[in-house]
Design a protein around this ligand. Structure first.
Ligand SMILES: [Zn+2]
Length: 401
């Protein structure tokens, strides 16, 4: 099964069949990084004053001398000067006495870097009256126009500079979304089919992944894996963690590459399939078997720039495996707040897809759609392997993925 991209996102074909109906409602929601999550609720306190417009720039010059480089704080995302009509009521209110049309508000300094007395002493020679007020402002730059607007009405005029110091650049994210929007539901449907097979066969929980290679506008699966934690494993509390769907999928990619290199007589390829048996990397359903293909890349990193579609947010172990294998993109459907490793705003807050201290970062989305329960409709284009009605499970019941 190959999916070719025909235009920017909204029109692709699967084996010649149109799936337009399901796709139109797809929403890819980029995950927030750990830094973005922290940025959204972090504020600092600054001193402001109202100055006559004629003295605005000379007052700022004084401040730049008294507090060079704002004492190490980056205030570039905040308007230094603000007119009365541009600040929230709680800022405008107590300073109205200085607030006529020939006055303007000015952020002087972060309160922790200079005392009130020193500020007043420095400004007194220039300003007849120095009235200081302290207000809260966002500590870090906003990561969207929407956030900048919210902060402007809540704190102080805030500027969005169309970049993101705390995660992937917005233009990179939107270009990637244009590429995957058209067929993300298809690959998620394939992952859901593997999940259903796992559940129906009793091998594992209803969790699945599809690993996709996308080159020159054409996407194709290279591995599809369902969870197999109960396969050849006692029914203890957690099952075989190395048989989680993500690890199985990665192991399948490894197997395909290994078999491919042994066919070409590569002396260094490992010997037998038995070596990796604990990973349950052998396909155990027709869906898994039919979709195992050798990816084109061979640069030493197993899944370099591949995409992985997961029915559930991968657990911390699987999230790290995704990072280590150097996937380019990860898309999941159900959040797993207590065990997932990707989200930065769940209970664990690891945000592993984008951590500057790790040596690989990738893009991550949650796939949300009102038609999400219709994943099986998409799969129905290629009949599933007898999925009973009862397997449509409550994701919260699954401990981890
Ligand atoms: Zn896992």
């Amino acid at each position: 099964m190959n999916v070719q991209r025909l235009d920017k996102g909204h029109n692709s074909q699967q084996d010649g069949s149109s799936l337009e109906g399901e796709r139109s409602s797809t929403a890819l929601v980029p995950l927030k990084t750990t830094l973005e999550s922290r940025a959204s609720d972090s504020v600092i306190e600054v001193y402001i004053t109202a100055v006559p417009i004629k003295k605005a720039s000379s007052t700022l010059n004084i401040i730049r001398n008294v507090v060079p480089k704002d004492g190490g704080h980056d205030l570039q995302h905040l308007r230094r000067f603000a007119k009365h009509r541009d600040v929230p009521q709680h800022v405008r209110g107590p300073t109205l006495q200085g607030g006529t049309s020939d006055h303007i508000f000015l952020i002087l300094a972060v309160t922790s870097v200079i005392s009130q007395d020193m500020l007043i002493e420095s400004l007194s020679p220039t300003l007849e009256v120095v009235s200081l007020y302290s207000i809260q402002v966002p500590r870090l730059a906003p990561t969207s126009q929407e956030q900048a607007s919210q902060w402007t009405s809540r704190y102080w005029p805030t500027v969005y500079k169309k970049n993101n110091p705390f995660g992937p650049h917005p233009s990179i994210v939107s270009r990637a979304e244009d590429e995957i929007r058209g067929d993300a539901e298809i690959w998620m449907g394939l992952a859901a089919r593997a999940a259903s097979n796992s559940k129906a066969s009793g091998f594992g929980e209803e969790v699945g992944v599809a690993i996709i290679e996308r080159k020159n506008g054409t996407a194709r699966p290279v591995a599809v894996a369902g969870d197999a934690r109960w396969l050849n494993w006692p029914r203890d509390e957690r099952g075989n963690a190395t048989a989680h769907a993500t690890l199985r999928g990665i192991a399948m990619v490894a197997d395909a590459l290994r078999r491919d290199s042994s066919e070409y007589g590569d002396a260094e390829s490992p010997a037998t399939d038995d070596d990796l048996e604990i990973f349950e990397s052998k396909p155990n359903s027709r869906t898994e078997e039919e979709n195992q293909q050798v990816p084109a890349n061979g640069d030493g990193y197993l899944c370099h720039e591949l995409e992985i579609y997961c029915t559930h947010e991968p657990c911390v172990m699987c999230s790290m495996a995704i990072v280590h294998s150097r996937f380019g993109r990860v898309v999941f459907k159900h959040r797993m707040p207590s065990t997932g490793g990707l989200c930065a705003d769940g209970e664990l807050r690891h945000g592993l897809f984008w951590r500057k201290e790790l040596n690989w970062t990738l893009l991550a989305w949650q796939l949300q759609s009102p038609a999400s329960s219709n994943s099986y409709l998409i799969c129905a284009q290629q009949p599933t392997e007898e999925i009973p009605e009862s397997v449509v499970s409550n994701p919260a019941r699954i401990l981890n993925a």
